[in-house]
Design a protein around this ligand. Structure first.
Ligand SMILES: [Zn+2]
Length: 472
């Protein structure tokens, strides 16, 4: 039986892969199959993305609908999904799993196969990859220390040097931990989640020297895994998938959203979850007032897109972005963004809510900009045929493809598809995909979400506000 390793470089933009900074990713791409049209999910936030990776489903099925999620049982509170303890508390309160679809961890556990998680991401992010690790005897190693590792993970941790605290060093440490302890005899599937280049992009600037330095180090750590894999006994058995969970746009300017809300009586008692992509919690608002709020948002020049559970004219339904779930805020908005290039030359700029402690030039994600939704997705190994695929693919396809590589069932009920064109021996069929557009207009405001469809499978290409010269 094959073994599969999924390596996620958090927040890696496909256009950040270069000979200078990421020679090992470039080498890996040349060895294997690269999906040129890979996409994230909406909101393009890490825990929402992690849950899509785990379950093979869009958030409207897995139910982890935002990084900062309105509490499902108390709309006056939010849940910080980056905090593993908060997610454990939420499961207690719900008396059920947070994720409403089984993840790879559950599926492999039920089939009697081993599964491991090594992550330098947040404790909440790590929890979502294997919420029942102890019950299933799975190894979970978190770079945040033993209290965030599973019981089996703690005994792995005990054999290693203690994790460092600096994010890049932590990401390198967790990659080394996987290589040293798992590569000699890898489990059926494992996930290695590296918190870089995401952390350095946010805080030190997108495509800054410091961010490229961080990326270079995690690329080198990945290169050591590739070298040892290719030279060792796992060469034919282990298949490796490399992905990113979302991209980044650069913060162009700030806007004080809370002050704009304070100037309008519509927002009394209404709270925003904030950020590049936000939900409004308005437990006492009537449907009429919610419609007025959505209409007001569409009149603001700092707004990019507005989605609503009961969309008034001009707003898009939540379903347009595969986020129609009872836990989703009744109104979602994204901050104004564009495809223009910033000082680094990379396309994708955003106006940031100044409640978020990130500087101009810092990276941001969460919205529907192409630079936020475009992701890295490639795979290599003895079961993979080299090439480049133009067919749409994305985060939701990773879990079904891992199960297919392992010869295990379960993927057929997921939202994603098996990326068959990458599998060795696969005859290139004539499976075709088509573009699909959701558009809404009202009084000078227009927006659209562009998607791709292949049969029942859907990917979000991008979403945007249409400007007068661009709309017809
Ligand atoms: Zn992320």
């Amino acid at each position: 039986m094959n073994s599969v390793l999924l390596v996620v470089f958090d927040g890696l933009r496909p256009d950040a892969i270069s000979a200078e900074t990421t020679p090992n990713l470039l080498r890996f791409a040349a060895m294997g199959h690269r999906m040129a049209r890979a996409r994230s999910v909406f909101p393009s936030e890490t825990r929402v993305c992690t849950s899509a990776v785990a379950t093979g489903c869009h958030p409207q099925r897995h139910g982890l609908v935002a990084n900062k999620m309105i509490h499902p049982l108390d709309p006056t509170r939010t849940v910080d999904t980056g905090d593993g303890e908060a997610l454990r508390d939420l499961e207690q309160a719900l008396g059920a799993a947070v994720l409403q679809e089984p993840g790879l961890s559950d599926r492999l556990g039920a089939l009697g196969h081993d599964f491991a998680v090594f992550s330098s991401g947040t404790t909440g992010q790590t929890f979502l990859l294997a919420p029942r690790a102890d019950r299933l005897g799975q190894v979970v190693v978190s770079a945040h220390g033993p209290q965030w590792c599973s019981i089996a993970g703690q005994s792995v941790l005990a054999r290693l040097d203690p994790p460092p605290s600096e994010p890049t060093a932590r990401a390198v440490w967790i990659a080394e931990a996987w290589r040293r302890t798992q590569l000699p005899n890898p489990p059926a599937a494992s996930v290695l989640w590296l918190c870089e280049p995401d952390t350095s992009s946010h805080y030190q600037g997108l495509d800054s020297a410091a961010q490229r330095h961080a990326l270079k180090h995690v690329d080198a750590a990945f290169g050591r895994i590739v070298d040892e894999w290719q030279a060792g006994p796992q060469r034919d058995r282990l298949q490796i998938i490399v992905a990113s969970d979302h991209g980044h746009v650069a913060i162009e300017r700030h806007y004080t959203v809370s002050a704009a809300f304070a100037r309008s009586s519509l927002f009394q008692g209404v709270r925003s979850t904030g950020g590049a992509s936000a939900g409004l919690s308005a437990p006492d608002a009537t449907p009429e007032r919610l419609a007025d709020i959505a209409t007001w948002l569409m009149q603001q020049d700092w707004i990019e897109t507005v989605l609503a559970a009961n969309p008034p004219p001009g707003a898009l339904p939540l379903e347009a972005a595969e986020i129609d779930h009872p836990r989703t805020a009744r109104i979602l908005y994204t901050m104004r963004s564009s495809d223009a290039a910033g000082s680094t030359g990379l396309p994708g700029l955003v106006t940031m809510d100044n409640a978020v402690p990130l500087k101009v030039g810092g990276g941001s994600h969460g919205g529907l900009n192409r630079a936020e939704l475009s992701t890295v997705l490639m795979m290599a190994g003895s079961a993979i045929q080299p090439g480049v695929s133009q067919r749409p693919a994305g985060l939701v396809d990773i879990a079904p493809s891992i199960l297919a590589l392992l010869g295990l069932p379960g993927g057929e009920t997921m939202d994603g598809r098996v990326i068959e064109e990458a599998l060795a021996g696969h005859q290139q069929g004539n499976a075709s995909y088509s573009p699909e557009t959701w558009e809404a207009h009202h009084e000078g405001f227009a927006q659209r979400v562009a998607r791709w469809r292949m049969g029942r499978h859907v990917w979000l290409e991008h979403g945007e506000r249409l400007h007068p010269q661009a709309s017809t």
